[in-house]
Design a protein around this ligand. Structure first.
Ligand SMILES: NC(=O)c1ccc[n+]([C@@H]2O[C@H](COP(=O)([O-])OP(=O)(O)OC[C@H]3O[C@@H](n4cnc5c(N)ncnc54)[C@H](O)[C@@H]3O)[C@@H](O)[C@H]2O)c1
Length: 253
């Protein structure tokens, strides 16, 4: 893709989709600061990506719920690579989601934690990256979810945070578009990360596949490709959009 070589991305939240996005960006010549609260797997991913011979990927421990920690992640990218062109706000608390029920029964501590990581964390990613994105006419991509607009009967806090991500994205696209900053959200369908392959029963996966028009479920590479395109010069005229990468699970105007 055009315009990624020599650039620098911060990926805030590794794991399945984040690490694969780091791999794709590095293969396009873009250096990556890969942040995650689970530093062990992030370091292993960064070392493997760098060994593949593209650009450099470095891991950095951070907590999306802590604004100072998000700032330190961006500062680490500046210290290591000298610039930041792209931010991928991607971390989500996938532990709290297991107790994320409905509006009547959700434990308020679960609600608060979900908001703090998924929602306030995305605001922190935005505000600490923005000065650099403005300076470099860069871009930000938020990993959202179809949960933002589906009206699921459970996971109320998760859905609220993903709707908030889309609202934040539209705000950033509108407020800083004339200064060269682009912002977009991606709503993945079910992506079979290692975590999901290990923890979700096959019977559930088969049932979810029925709701997708594609013959298969998603892989992390599917999302990574869209992030790379949105960061690249090929995506220069795309901003303010909520983009489904979901094998046709949703069809919207
Ligand atoms: N996999 C899917 O099917 C799917 C579908 C829709 C949306 N998403 C979204 O994609 C994004 C990535 O999800 P994934 O499937 O790769 O999950 P994942 O669990 O593999 O990755 C999430 C990463 O976030 C990290 N994280 C959690 N809390 C953190 C914190 N406080 N600070 C920093 N890092 C933290 C985790 O350690 C993990 O590495 C999430 O925003 C998720 O909501 C995923």
């Amino acid at each position: 893709m055009r315009g990624l070589d020599g650039k620098v991305a911060v990926i805030a939240g590794g794991g399945g989709i984040g690490a694969e996005t780091a791999r794709r960006l590095a293969s396009e010549g873009c250096n990556v600061m890969l942040g995650d609260i689970a530093i062990g797997p992030a370091e292993a991913a960064a070392a493997a990506i760098t060994a593949e011979g593209g650009a450099t990927c470095v891991a950095h421990a951070f907590d999306a719920s802590d604004d100072a920690s998000v700032k330190a992640l961006v500062d680490a990218a500046i210290a290591r690579f000298g610039r930041v062109d792209f931010m991928h706000a991607n971390a989500a608390d996938m532990v709290s989601i297991r107790s994320d029920t409905d509006a009547l029964t959700i434990d308020l501590d679960v609600y608060d934690r979900t908001i703090q990581v998924n929602q306030r964390g995305y605001l922190s990613c935005t505000r600490h990256a923005l000065p650099h994105l403005i300076a470099n006419r860069g871009a930000i991509v938020y990993t959202s979810s179809s949960a933002a607009h589906m009206g699921e009967p459970e996971r109320v806090a998760y859905a609220m945070t993903k709707a908030a991500a889309n609202a934040l994205m539209r705000h950033v696209a509108s407020r800083w578009g004339k200064e060269g900053v682009r912002a977009n959200s991606i709503c993945p369908g079910m992506v079979l990360t290692q975590q999901i392959k290990e923890h979700i029963p096959q019977e559930f996966v088969d049932r979810v596949l029925l709701a997708h028009r594609s013959w298969r479920l998603g892989e992390s590479e599917d999302i990574a490709a869209m992030v790379a395109m949105l960061f690249s010069k090929d995506g220069e005229w795309i901003t303010g959009q909520v983009i489904a990468v979901d094998g046709g699970a949703s069809i919207r105007p």
